[in-house]
Unconditional design. Sequence first.
Lengths: 81, 81
Amino acid sequence: MNLKEIGLAIKERRGVLGVSQRAVSELSGVSVNTLVAVERGEGNPQLFTLLDILDTIGLQLDLTPKKMYYEIEANNNEKQQ
Amino acid sequence: MNLKEIGLAIKERRGVLGVSQRAVSELSGVSVNTLVAVERGEGNPQLFTLLDILDTIGLQLDLTPKKMYYEIEANNNEKQQ
DNA sequence: CAAAAAATCACAATATATTGCGATTTTATT
DNA sequence: AATAAAATCGCAATATATTGTGATTTTTTG
């Protein structure tokens, strides 16, 4: 996911929860200005800023291998260990 | 995931790939200093910095609902739409 | 349509991430 | 143990995110 997709996900999630930017701002401690920028896919938030927002609206961040690498990894697994 | 876990995942992934910090730094355009900080769970990288690193080592970022919320959502789904 | 709420914008001040450089420490290799 | 490679650290300079304030626009509500 890139910033644009992340911003959309946050906005959508906020919509599902039915909570305003102001509320998320106050609960997360992130300013409304910053929240607006993130939701719009602008700016370049610091990780903690993003994590604070995500945590507030019940989302978490995960890391997964890119799809591109799945097959390669699947092949390697047979030879490894 | 928090910064510490993210840092560990990056370090582990780099180990699996068998590539040095210097190499990842040059490929990603992120300075070694910053990479060191991220891997050690220190600092507070900007999202693009993190994405550049992840992209270089074949990891991607995903957002998922926190487990805590699964049940609530399952209930709501019946009423929605 | 009018009023209220929510979202967006502009801007200056402040906080903080990022970088390059060189040095140092730790780890791997022979 | 000696050498080389990799990882870590310190620091000053620079770039950039964050914030609060107040205004403006957009959307919702009655």
